[in-house]
Design a protein around this ligand. Structure first.
Ligand SMILES: Nc1nc2c(c(=O)[nH]1)N[C@H]1C(S)=C(S)[C@@H](COP(=O)(O)O)O[C@H]1N2
Ligand SMILES: [Mo]
Length: 321
């Protein structure tokens, strides 16, 4: 059963849909500040587990954005994660992300825009109608999932701030809470985690701002309270727990390009013809299918070529990997 950060709960108390949060976070979600308890804001103490079915998030299924493949289980989606702020192990995010503070949460949108603005997360939840979209997620490590995300197109947000004609790229800067992020303290990457898209990619309707999955708000390990889903690119392009969005004239230096530019490109479009220098991208393993299940062929643009190939007309995608 996925857990947030309380591994000490007797299994008998765990219901199939139940997820446990720290009492602190549960109180935050319930709208009671920690101060209401008389505890200091900086107190890391967790008073003990409190049950919370992650708040449900209503959404209307969008049939135009629906991969017709079996869904990956909620358990796999929330227990096999990449979120290096919490460590490099696949279960580290599940084990440690519960302490990330997701309220209050503001998202600064700045740079090459006519109307720079700071959005509160609760306003972003109301900015556009919530849709459920079933997307493939393909990790550069050659595994994949099928996830029922909840959110809306990123363009809905970008249109609010009126990009200038100089805006050619968008950078996404994500949360850095060193006191609760063991990976940040260990310096695995140059924090904060930064990702980016070209402006036309960011405005493409498939590029999604995600607030939930499986009918509920995002669990912390999946990037609460908001993250990106860019389904035709390797998963690392979809930054989690975004706090700042900056429109720029120049291509931003993104975390993985900075860490290893020979291995990870800015575009990072899923492409079976371009191997990673240390492994093939020709096939992939579907998480939950069983370790001995046959690998599937990787599809160019992760199967979204019909929608997005035109963005790259005339570009050499081997050179611009
Ligand atoms: N802030 C942040 N965002 C991140 C990452 C990360 O380490 N930090 N990992 C990326 C990678 S490599 C992948 S594959 C996806 C995984 O998303 P999931 O755990 O929800 O499946 O998140 C991406 N977003
Ligand atoms: Mo990834």
């Amino acid at each position: 059963m996925p857990r947030i950060n309380q591994p000490t709960i007797p299994p008998s108390e765990i219901t199939p849909e139940g997820v446990w949060l720290s009492r602190r976070r549960w109180l935050q979600r319930a709208g009671l500040g920690v101060a209401a308890l008389g505890a200091g804001r900086l107190s890391p103490a967790v008073a003990g587990p409190a049950p919370d079915d992650l708040a449900s998030l209503h959404a209307t299924p969008n049939p135009d954005f629906r991969v017709d493949e079996p869904l990956t289980s909620e358990q796999d989606i929330t227990s096999y994660n990449n979120f290096y702020e919490f460590g490099t192990g696949k279960t580290d995010p599940m084990d440690y992300a519960g302490k990330m503070r997701t309220r209050p949460w503001a998202v600064v949108v700045e740079g090459e825009v006519m109307r720079p603005r700071t959005f509160d997360i609760d306003d972003l939840l109301k900015l556009a109608p919530m849709q459920e979209r079933i997307y493939r997620l393909r990790c550069v490590e050659a595994w994949s999932m099928v996830i029922p995300w909840i959110g809306y197109s990123l363009s809905e947000l970008l249109n609010q701030v009126q990009p200038t004609s100089r805006a050619k790229y968008v950078a996404f800067i994500t949360a850095e809470q060193a006191d609760v992020m063991p990976g940040v303290r260990r310096g695995i990457l140059d924090w904060p985690y930064v990702e980016g898209l070209r402006m036309d990619e960011a405005m493409h309707p498939l590029a999604m701002l995600v607030f939930g999955l499986y009918g509920k708000v995002l669990p912390n390990q999946n990037g609460a309270p908001l993250r990106l889903a860019v389904p035709w690119k390797y998963g690392f392009k979809s930054g989690k727990s975004i706090v700042r969005i900056r429109l720029t004239a120049d291509m931003p230096l993104t975390s993985w390009v900075k860490a290893a530019s020979s291995e990870y490109g800015f575009y990072a479009n899923v492409n079976p013809e371009v191997p990673h220098p240390r492994w093939s991208q020709a096939t992939e393993r579907r998480i939950g299918a069983g370790f001995f299940a046959p690998r599937a062929d990787t599809i160019k643009f992760n199967g979204y070529g019909e929608q997005v190939a035109s963005l790259y007309q005339g570009m050499d995608l081997v050179k611009h990997f």
